[in-house]
Design a protein around this ligand. Structure first.
Ligand code: SF4
Length: 668
């Protein structure tokens, strides 16, 4: 009997229209857990580095995390993985909502798509009955509209539908996959879906998921619920309001936007507006939000209500959460009313709310500076806000200059030339980042930005406070009930962290401490992404209900895998290293691990070099950032080492430590 997972994947060949139900290996679950972990294994095994993102041989994998569909609170993530057209590396983007549990109830852990359909189609998974259906009538339809039309057509209002809009159909490099109450937006995964000729996947499942030890599991779930309640009643003092509680940053509930609007950059990520957040703005934006927000909504089996339905006059309702509330507003140097209106159109088109506004602001800055001209932008409106709508329409239709901009700032700048590359200044590994430009180098964030494979800082950070608390008494109060730390040393790191003086950034936390902190933060995110847990209740907030000490119990009682903290740490390290190896095999090296030059005003090249050197060593990577043969062996990844050697990426040192003297394997 398989527990927590179904033990089956759906393999769909869109070229041939072939559908197969394939039993999966329980050994792979032990080694890679599920979700992101097993997605990485499949991509390593089946997508060689020569495969282009828009090749029929590129796979697009929709995975429900290992514990999705069980009663674990907030465990509902779909992990979509593929090779990104934007970064040309492995992309993995998560979406919440209801889709992943529904897939489990239909009897599958993953849907693996290969090939390309000659005509636009959608997939209908109705328990054991699976069909590839014509979607020609949905061509050009919005992502949310598509979901509604499919539900009607199937006469199945409870079907969960993940769909692309026009941007995905036209292979915009930052096209998203929308799912009613959430979206998977980073890395251009929607473009790969469009390239495969797949408009949507509709799922309806009415089966059950077994858990190994139900009583124990329910006790664990109840403990999580109780702790959520406790944290709701006891917000963390001394941090910004959106970080004081649990869940995704509570942008839909919290109206105080002083921190974002005054610290993040506006326009093409260049203009800081200190003193912007006046009482007048606060009142008017508060009113806009109150009017627009029809209700707060949650994902499957979660009490947190991080999202909201937004209804602007004369426009269909849509779902919003998190920082997308401000991205369009700030890129256009406009107000919240504009941002909420244009986000409706952008959601239907299906585009990433982080990249899209930046691409448009980038184009307008190029125009203002004469690098793009009226010849490039014939018909560009005079009005600033109208310009953003105009650009958005052209990008998703790949029309005129929109065809160039649809590839994101990095590729667009290369194509435009004439100095445009200096305007694409906010990328890491070819993907737009949050518009943050700060003063003093933060060594923890330096490492996360440089080495993160998720390429999205908000999905790497968490657990450790972003900045020291000013007074020692505050820090002492904070660490008192900080039981989530995997090791007591983290408390001391934080206690000694000062705003100024010897123990302040950039030299404190020390290089060694930074390695520990970044590794802990990243590990938690990777565990979430394998289990399907929303990081809003785990890796992202301070003092979350899920942590290193209760996760092994959830996996043991839920999936029936004998798990402890060491074994879980090793499993997470294993598939994190495998993702690293996939990207290394695709050509990524140390030279690519660079935060934007202007991210911090004060840079410290020697310290930055040391940080990378030591972090690479800490992770078992060589000076180029390539996992060593020894570390791969230790993680039961000899097959990866062998291929890297065969491809001339690693030298065969013959140095494989004896298994008996190295740490134990997952199956030992
Ligand atoms: S914490 Fe928020 S984003 Fe996460 S599952 Fe719950 S409602 Fe969804």
């Amino acid at each position: 009997m398989r527990y927590a997972e179904t033990g089956f994947n759906l393999e769909v060949d869109l070229t041939r229209g072939n559908i197969e139900k394939i039993a999966t290996s329980p050994e792979d679950t032990e080694l890679y857990l599920g979700g992101l972990g097993t997605n990485a294994k499949i991509l390593w095994d089946r997508v060689p580095p020569e495969t282009e993102p828009f090749s029929p041989d590129n796979l697009l994998i929709f995975a429900a995390g290992l514990l999705c569909g069980t009663p674990a609170i907030g465990c509902n993530r779909t992990i979509v993985s593929t090779i990104s057209p934007q970064t040309r590396l492995m992309a993995f983007s998560m979406m919440g909502g209801f889709w992943a549990p529904e897939l489990k109830y239909a009897g599958y852990d993953k849907v693996i798509l290969r090939g390309k359909s000659p005509d636009l189609v959608y997939l209908w998974i109705n328990n054991d009955k699976i069909e590839i259906r014509d979607a020609s009538h949905l061509k050009g339809k919005g992502a949310i509209e598509t979901a509604e039309l499919i539900q009607k057509e199937l006469n199945e209002p409870r079907a969960q539908i993940a769909a692309i809009g026009l941007a995905g159909e036209n292979r915009v490099y930052y096209a998203s996959i929308e799912q009613g109450r959430s979206s998977a937006s980073r890395g251009g995964i929607g473009a790969v879906m469009g390239d495969k000729g797949l408009k949507a996947i509709a799922v309806r499942g009415t089966g059950d998921i077994n858990v190994a030890r139900p009583d124990e599991y329910m006790d664990l779930c109840n403990e999580v619920l109780e702790y959520i309640q406790f944290r709701e009643e006891n917000p963390i003092p001394g941090v910004m309001p959106i970080l004081a509680g649990l869940g995704s940053p509570q942008e839909m509930k919290v109206h105080d936007e002083k921190w974002h609007t005054e610290n993040f950059m506006w326009g093409n990520s260049r203009t800081r507006r200190k003193g912007f957040w006046t009482e007048e703005i606060s009142k008017s934006w508060g009113q806009t939000m109150e009017k627009a927000r029809t209700r707060l909504i949650s994902c499957y089996n979660c009490p947190m209500k991080c999202g909201a339905t937004i209804s602007m006059p004369g426009l269909p309702a849509y779902m919003m959460k998190c920082f997308t509330k401000l991205t369009y507003t700030m890129a256009a140097m406009s107000d919240l009313d504009f941002g909420l209106k244009i986000a409706q159109r952008a959601t239907e088109y299906g585009v990433d709310g982080f990249s899209t506004p930046q691409v448009m602001a980038f184009a307008l800055e190029l125009y203002e500076d004469g690098i793009l001209t009226d010849d490039d932008m014939p018909g560009l409106p005079q009005d600033n806000e109208e310009r953003f709508y105009w650009l958005l329409d052209r990008i998703v239709n790949r029309e005129g200059i929109g065809d160039v901009l649809a590839n994101g700032t990095y590729w667009a700048a290369k194509e435009i030339g004439n100095g445009a590359e200096n305007y694409a200044h906010n990328n890491i590994k070819k993907q737009e980042q949050l518009p943050l430009k700060l003063s003093m180098l933060n060594p923890i964030y330096f490492l996360m930005y440089a080495t993160g494979a998720k390429i999205n800082i908000t999905q790497i950070e968490g657990q450790f406070p972003q900045a020291p608390f000013p007074r020692r008494e505050q820090r002492e109060a904070f660490v008192k009930d900080w039981f989530q730390v995997p090791d007591e040393k983290f408390k001391q790191y934080f206690l000694d962290w000062e705003l100024r003086g010897e123990n302040s950034i950039p030299y404190y936390p020390t290089v060694e401490m930074c390695c520990d902190i970044v590794d802990w933060q990243e590990r938690m995110h990777y565990i979430d992404d394998a289990l399907g847990q929303c990081s809003g209740l785990s890796a992202f907030p301070l003092k979350p209900p899920y942590h290193m000490h209760n996760y092994p119990k959830f996996i043991s009682a839920g999936a029936g895998i004998d798990m402890d903290e060491d074994k879980l740490t090793r499993a997470a390290k294993r598939y994190r290293t495998l993702i690293r190896a996939i990207n290394i095999r695709r050509g990524m090296r140390r030279k690519d691990e660079k935060p934007p030059e202007d991210h911090w005003k004060h840079r410290f090249p020697e310290l930055e070099k040391k940080l990378l050197d030591e972090y690479y060593k800490f992770k078992g990577w060589n000076d180029e950032g390539i996992p060593t043969q020894e570390s791969l062996h230790e993680l039961d990844l000899d097959y990866v080492g062998d291929e890297l050697i065969q491809r001339g990426i690693l030298k065969d040192t013959g140095n494989k430590p004896d298994k008996n003297t190295s740490s134990k394997g997952a199956l030992d």
